[in-house]
Every structure is written in structure tokens, then in C-alpha cells.
Design a binder for this molecule. Structure first.
Ligand SMILES: *Cc1c(COP(=O)(O)O)cnc(C)c1O
Length: 354
């Protein structure tokens, strides 16, 4: 082992997921795994989720949904909400993926494909509750529900869910969104839909605003231990990934580690954060293409493990704390790590009780 790597602690992932399940109950957790599970690796996250009895995986796109179906088998429900081509929709329906649908065009596509291949599509209609990022407007909702129910009576659709996405920017806007959401659910029910799943909230609102939850919550960040920007630290939620690199050179006052901006760490972190070292947190002085220079600590050795961000055990910042120093979010820090950087998966042998 010579180079940098992303270490993913599957035990921490499992504990985060367990903490979330306990906190949001009786709502059910949908683990969101977009962008290769925020860079941690889809297969490991799906495995951790299944070990905790999670029944729902949210993927964003259909390609990831199909990979998830292969990895997870038939035991989980999978939800994909990206507007997709007919070919993708066909693949999704053949693999029993639930589809999120937020436009009349896309609803027509889903119905047409389901008719052609003679399956019944499980559909969750999206109401736009103010974010204006995809979704039927309240004015379009009656028609959307009518279209879906007509298709349901022909046996090609089951309207099983209503969902939306909050801005999470301010509480009163989110409260207003919830009222729109609830009236959309009620209208679908009056039209005869057997709505089994209602989902409105992502990590921060799911955790902090229980009154906004539907019976399902879509959470990515907190599963991975990524705190929301400017949000509170959350008891029991710990970064599951550590970005690690070995010391490759030692000078009088500095050490060099084998990781650089080509691996996906922003060079602008230099001068703003400490790295975790065997000598505790030490200032990051410079980040070049393939190396990072860190202030030397006593007894530094070639091969010592340095952590750029992680759970904090060596004095390193969390991904979100690092991100905040350069005006971005923890998810962006995680997802910009190069897919070529090796991932190492570890399981704690004697896990302490969560
Ligand atoms: C990414 C995403 C989520 C999860 O967001 P987190 O803040 O990471 O929990 C939920 N819903 C939708 C629609 C998303 O795109």
C-alpha cells in the first residue's frame, strides 16, 4: 500500500443507519445512494443498509437502481426519480423499480412503456411544493392524478406514493410546503388512489422536524455521517469515510503526503484546515497535483497515516467542517473524490455499543 485511499468503516455506516431508524420511527428510512453512495461505494452501503433491515434504497437514476437491484436482490424496494428515457423506463419496470414522476410528459412515457411491456408500474407522483425543481404544480395536480388513476384502472399503473422535496432553507417555507403536500395526498386519496408511501424530507428536516415527516424519509448525508452545513452535530452520527494518505517525505519543518488535487481534494483547503496525524491535528500548508504538505510533528515517520477528513480520531475535520472553510458542503467534498482512488472497506471486530 503506497498511495492514498478512502477508508469506509462499515460498522460506522451500520450504526449511523441504526441511529436514524430509531430516531425517525415509525417513519421508515429510504437510504439515498446517489453518486455511488456519495463516493463511498454503492455495494458496501447497500450491504450495510440491508444488514440493518432497511427496506428502501433511493438511487436518483435508473442505472444505479439496476445496479442496486443486482446487489440487493428482491428484498428491497428501490426508488428512482430522475426523468428517464423509454429504454431506461423499460429496464426499470422489468426490474421492479418504483418510479418518481414529476411531469406530464414523463407520466405519459411511463404509462406507454408499461402498456407496451404489459407490466404495472409502481408510481410516486411528485408535487412541487415550492422548490420549482421538477414536480407537478398544484394547478396541474388534479390532471396528473386523473391520468395516473385512468392508467391504474387499465392495470398499467399503481399510484402508490406522493412525494416532494423541501428547500430546507427556512422553517416557515417548509411548513407552507407541507400544507401543499398534505392537500395533494388527500386529493389523490379522494380520487381513489391507495397511497402507501408519503415522503417529503431529506436528512436535516427528517431529523430535526419530525412533524414534517411522511411515513418514509429519504436520507443520504446522515447515513454517511455528513452533517448539514451550518447544522448541528448530531449525537450518534459519525463520518463513515476517512480520506487517508501516507507520509512519503519528511523535511525539517514539513512532511509530504501522497494525495493531491488530482485525487479530488480542493487545493483551497491549504491554509484553512488541519490534517489528522499521529501527532494530532497539524496545519495543511499546500496542496499540489499529487502531494500535500503538512506541518511536521514530533516523531513523524515515512508511511505514517495522515487523514484529510474523517471522524476526527487523529485531529482531522469532518467533511462538512472542511467544506465550510471553503464555502461548500460536505456532500460536495465527498462526491468530488476521484472514482479512481482506491476504496478500502473495514469492519470493526469488537464494535463498542452504539
Ligand atoms: C439527495 C436527495 C435526498 C437526500 O438528501 P440528504 O440531504 O443527503 O439526506 C433526498 N431526496 C432527494 C430528492 C434528493 O435528491
Amino acid at each position: 500500500m503506497t498511495g492514498a485511499y478512502l477508508e469506509v468503516d462499515e460498522t460506522v455506516l451500520q450504526r449511523n443507519i441504526a441511529a436514524i431508524q430509531q430516531h425517525v420511527a415509525p417513519a421508515e428510512l429510504m437510504c439515498v445512494v446517489k453518486d455511488d453512495a456519495y463516493g463511498l461505494g454503492l455495494a458496501a452501503v447497500v450491504r450495510a443498509a440491508q444488514q440493518q433491515g432497511v427496506d428502501w434504497i433511493g438511487t436518483y437514476d435508473v442505472a444505479t437502481a439496476l445496479h442496486t437491484r443486482t446487489a440487493a436482490g428482491e428484498q428491497v424496494r428501490i426508488f428512482a426519480w430522475a426523468t428517464s428515457t423509454s429504454t431506461e423506463v423499460e429496464g426499470a419496470l422489468r426490474s421492479r423499480i418504483d418510479l418518481g414522476v414529476g411531469s406530464a410528459d414523463y407520466l405519459r412515457t411511463v404509462i406507454r412503456v408499461a402498456e407496451t411491456i404489459r407490466v404495472s408500474a409502481r408510481v410516486h407522483l411528485k408535487i412541487d411544493t415550492g422548490l420549482h425543481r421538477n414536480g407537478f404544480s398544484p394547478e396541474q395536480w388534479t390532471d396528473a392524478v386523473a391520468q395516473a388513476m385512468q392508467a391504474e384502472r387499465r392495470g398499467v399503473v399503481q399510484l402508490v406514493g406522493v412525494w416532494s422535496h423541501l428547500s430546507e432553507a427556512d422553517d416557515s417555507a417548509d411548513d407552507a410546503s407541507q400544507l401543499i403536500f398534505q392537500s395533494a395526498v388527500a386529493e389523490a386519496q379522494r380520487a381513489g388512489a391507495a397511497i402507501e408511501h408519503t415522503h417529503l424530507t431529506a436528512s436535516a428536516a427528517s431529523w430535526l422536524r419530525p412533524e414534517l415527516r411522511g411515513n418514509l424519509v429519504r436520507m443520504g448525508g446522515y447515513c454517511y455521517g455528513v452533517r448539514s452545513t451550518d447544522g448541528p452535530d448530531i449525537e450518534g452520527i459519525v463520518p463513515a469515510a476517512s480520506l487517508c494518505a501516507p507520509v512519503v517525505a519528511i523535511a525539517d519543518d514539513t512532511v509530504t503526503v501522497a494525495i493531491g488535487y488530482l485525487d479530488g481534494i480542493p487545493h483551497t483547503l491549504a491554509g484553512r484546515v488541519n490534517a489528522g496525524t499521529p501527532g494530532g491535528g497539524q496545519p495543511v500548508l499546500a496542496i499540489d497535483a499529487t502531494t500535500t504538505t503538512i506541518q511536521r510533528w514530533p516523531h513523524a515517520h515515512i508511511g505514517d497515516r495522515v487523514v484529510i477528513y474523517g471522524p476526527g480520531t487523529q485531529g482531522e475535520p469532518s467533511p462538512t467542517t472542511a467544506a465550510e472553510t471553503i464555502g461548500t458542503v460536505g456532500e460536495e467534498m465527498m462526491t468530488r473524490i476521484s472514482p479512481l482512488l482506491p476504496r478500502r472497506y473495514v469492519v470493526q471486530q469488537h464494535p463498542e455499543p452504539a
